[in-house]
Design a binder for this molecule. Structure first.
Ligand code: NAD
Length: 318
């Protein structure tokens, strides 16, 4: 199959491309605007650029400026991961970046897909569309985002649905729950915690640290995402991709203390804005439609992330 992956130099996109290339005889086209953190994004591409051009091609371009008609030629499946992630930075003037990269770029891509014989258009969304919910959250739960980021990703979902209904674009929406592991973005909590611990600095903790998240290890997330390729009965569906374990921030710091063997000092960093107290995925639909079964424990996953960050900061890639 010929597969277009947007956001191919990102934390998740780069590992999805690797997984698609390793397990199928696919031709993958990666697009990424290398929006920020350019060195880290180029590092994410290290294994991909070893592939022959007949298997992997990379275009360092912004979707908003790209000639999408050319890039979409003969493409069977689109994985749309490109976007501006992060809840905290989505307030204020920076919301412009979220509008451009999460809303306008998605609309431009959908528009370019009109009239093509695509098999699937897979839009990557987020648990942030739900807002504050109690217990395991099913896909049918009313979306009530608490942050501008969540609003921008939900708008992307609605655009997909509009193009599905009116243009027949075969969309599938995946809602990821906090993904972690090697290559995790520097703005994400585990990355920041591990870096501070390695530097012997106090770890800033937002809120009281008792907030919990459904944490999804990268290989589980990528496995679930890749499985959409071959899955039947998924067109038009929205599917949660959650992890094996939930934990609080304080639980995570305690695991990191054990794994690093270093003391962990914390410093209160104020109340977070726009973040729910708890997230918890109901993954029964993913199990039914994708045979999705997360496998990696927090302890194992964090061990891999620590090892990757040790290498990253030894290489001084920042
Ligand atoms: N990491 C998570 O825990 C998480 C959770 C829920 C949803 N998501 C979603 O998953 C996707 C990937 O997230 P990530 O953590 O890998 O982020 P990331 O920032 O590492 O990857 C996103 C990539 O998209 C690229 N990009 C952004 N706008 C672009 C544009 N207009 N044109 C071309 N490229 C563009 C960036 O350069 C970046 O490399 C995002 O859509 C995000 O909203 C991530």
């Amino acid at each position: 199959m010929k597969i277009l992956v947007t956001g191919a130099a990102g934390f998740i996109g780069s590992q999805l491309c690797e997984r698609l290339l390793q397990t199928g005889n696919h031709h993958v086209i990666g697009i990424d605007g290398l929006i920020n953190e350019k060195k880290i994004r180029l590092r994410n591409l290290t294994h991909l650029i070893e592939y022959d051009e007949s298997r992997f091609q990379f275009y360092p371009i912004n979707l908003l400026q790209a000639d999408l008609n050319q890039l979409l030629q003969d493409v069977d499946v689109v994985y749309h991961l490109a976007g501006m992630p992060g809840v905290r930075s989505s307030w204020g003037n920076d919301f412009n970046f979220y509008v451009e990269n999460n809303i306008l770029a998605t609309q431009k891509l959908l528009e370019a897909c009109r009239g093509r014989s695509l098999k699937k258009f897979i839009y990557i969304s987020t648990s942030s569309v739900y807002g504050e919910k109690k217990g395991r959250v099913p896909e049918s739960s009313l979306p009530q985002p608490l942050s501008p980021y969540g609003v921008s990703k939900l708008t992307g979902e609605y655009l997909c649905k509009v193009y599905y209904k009116n243009e027949g674009i075969p969309i599938v929406i995946l809602r990821y729950f906090t993904v972690y592991g090697p290559r995790q973005r520097p703005d994400m909590a585990f990355h920041r915690f591990i870096r501070k611990i390695m530097e012997g600095q106090p770890v800033p903790v937002y809120g009281d640290g008792k907030q919990t998240r459904d944490f999804t290890y990268i290989s589980d997330c990528v496995e679930g995402t890749a499985s959409v390729l071959e899955a039947d009965h998924v067109i038009g569906e929205t599917i949660n991709i959650g992890g094996l374990e939930r934990a609080s921030v304080l639980d995570i710091l305690s695991i990191l203390k054990d794994l690093t063997g270093q003391p962990v000092q914390t410093v209160f960093a104020g109340e977070p804005k726009g973040e729910p107290k708890h997230t918890w995925a109901d993954t029964r639909k993913a199990k039914k439609l994708l045979n999705y079964q997360p496998k990696v424990s927090l302890k194992t996953g964090l061990k891999h992330e620590i090892a990757d960050l040790k290498l990253l900061y030894k290489e001084k890639v920042e």
